[in-house]
Design a protein around this ligand. Structure first.
Ligand code: LLP
Length: 428
């Protein structure tokens, strides 16, 4: 296998996460099961950090990609901040001891309560997505008698060529403010009380495979900073978002953070700004797998279905974005390959992990590893079909830690209640 599936490797045909046999984890904890390599998370974070040595930098880990508390703690322990998009994410980040001075808050619909909590925590920056939102932040900050540090999120109108659902930097998306009206928006915000207008922000998509698109967007931001400074705005931070790519398939390309830094650094240094990056997938994507067991094989005239116990509620990326996740047996038992649909038990035709995919033949009872599932895997999991969400395991060398237990049926109904009248016979 030639993948950058950090932390996971085959030894004599058996999959290991660091020094732990994945088959043992599957047998011990049951499936479906998410497994993360602590070392991979840290290594990926450090690759970015090292690439930018000498540039003042805050790496705000995009916790939407994987927000388990232990993951957040592991990141914070090595100096990462957090890119948050909700009050819930703020709550998690603070619980995990993330330094509030490294937290940035994005999202097009922040509520007054969320703004208030973030101000109380003393976060580094609000990434403001509209002038209307700046009004709301100003109002809440004034009430508290504090200044809110803000960046306006700019839509630089570059085509990052990502899936339509994850394209954010082109005209016509709901995110940010178009570049051609940015100055106007900054001027309007200048008139509002209790705002410290100190930054510009852009995030152009996820994942972005074109380094040229990044460079073009950054040039536009740097020009904007020059123009804003000429108008006496005190711009000190440049938040350039996330979107760094990973390899899901062998035939993809993904540039290294060193190449990215080589393009980004000179432009940022010219501004003298502190750089903020918001990588999620680059850190978490290949640092985790989803393990699932073959429940049945179903061979029809048209095709073979491999029915597994993991489903779209556990990993929705194939169904939602046509996401490709490499699938391979946890123990390689046969050289035979076959083209199959790998499907889950959820009652939807859209419930598949792979379609028309050639994989190594796997029999009933065998375990399969679904790779590159560390980002937007568990984080997007749901209880659809009343399926309890999976456990999450963190492997550190030869040690394993259950960092989230499997949900129980009781967990599924927590908070629900049946009004008394519904127990009465409606015919009486
Ligand atoms: N910053 C902002 C403002 C974002 O909107 C995002 C992702 C990131 C940073 C982190 O992007 P990353 O470094 O992880 O590419 N669920 C989709 C991806 C949605 C991305 C949303 N925003 C998927 O599974 O592909």
């Amino acid at each position: 296998m030639t993948h950058d599936t950090d932390g996971f490797s085959y030894r004599d045909g058996e999959l290991y996460c660091e020094d732990v046999r994945v088959q043992d984890l599957c047998e011990q904890h049951g499936t479906p099961l998410y497994i993360y390599s602590h070392d991979a998370f840290v290594r990926r974070f450090k690759e970015i950090d090292d690439a930018f040595k000498g540039t003042p930098l805050v790496i705000a880990y995009a916790m939407k990609s994987n927000s388990n508390l232990a993951i957040l703690r592991a990141m914070a322990r090595h100096g990462a901040g957090a890119d948050i998009v909700s009050g819930g994410e703020l709550f998690r980040a603070l619980k995990a001891g993330v330094d509030p001075k490294k937290i940035v808050f994005a999202g097009v619909g922040k509520s007054d309560d969320e703004i208030s909590d973030a101000l109380d925590a003393g976060i580094l920056l609000f990434n403001v997505e509209s002038v209307a939102e700046a009004h709301a932040i100003s109002r809440v900050a004034q009430r508290k008698g504090v200044d809110a540090p803000i960046a306006l999120r700019i839509n630089p109108d570059v085509d990052a060529k990502t899936h339509q659902y994850t394209t954010t930097g082109k005209k016509g998306t709901k995110f940010g403010v178009d570049l051609d009206v940015a100055i106007e928006a900054y001027e309007e915000m200048r008139g509002l009380p209790n705002l410290d207008i100190c930054a510009v922000h852009a995030h152009i998509g996820s994942p972005v495979r074109s380094i040229d698109a990044y460079e073009e967007a950054l040039k536009r931001l740097v020009d904007l900073i020059d123009n804003l400074r000429a108008l006496n705005f005190d711009i000190r931070l440049l938040n350039f978002g996330g979107g760094l790519p990973i390899l899901y398939k062998d035939d993809e390309t993904a540039f290294h953070p060193d190449e990215y830094a080589a393009r980004v650094k000179p432009l940022v240094q010219r501004t003298g700004c502190v750089l903020i990056l918001e990588p999620g997938r680059f850190i978490s994507g290949n640092s985790g797998i989803l393990c699932t067991r073959v429940m049945f094989r179903k061979e029809t005239d048209h095709k073979t279905f491999v029915i597994v116990d993991g489903a779209m509620n556990d990993l929705i990326r194939p169904a939602l974005y046509d996401g490709y996740h490499r699938i391979h047996p946890v123990i390689e038992k046969s050289d035979e390959r076959e083209t199959v649909d790998v499907v889950g038990p959820v009652c939807e035709s859209g419930d598949f992990l792979a379609k028309g995919r050639e994989i190594m033949r796997a029999e009933q009872g065998e375990y399969l590893a679904v790779f590159s599932a560390g980002a937007y895997g568990f984080a997007m999991a749901s209880n659809y079909n009343s399926r309890p969400r999976t456990p999450e395991i963190m492997v550190v060398g030869d040690a394993t830690h259950v960092i989230r237990e499997r949900e129980s049926y009781e967990d599924l109904i927590r908070g629900e209640s049946i009004p008394d009248f519904l127990w009465n016979d409606p015919s009486k």
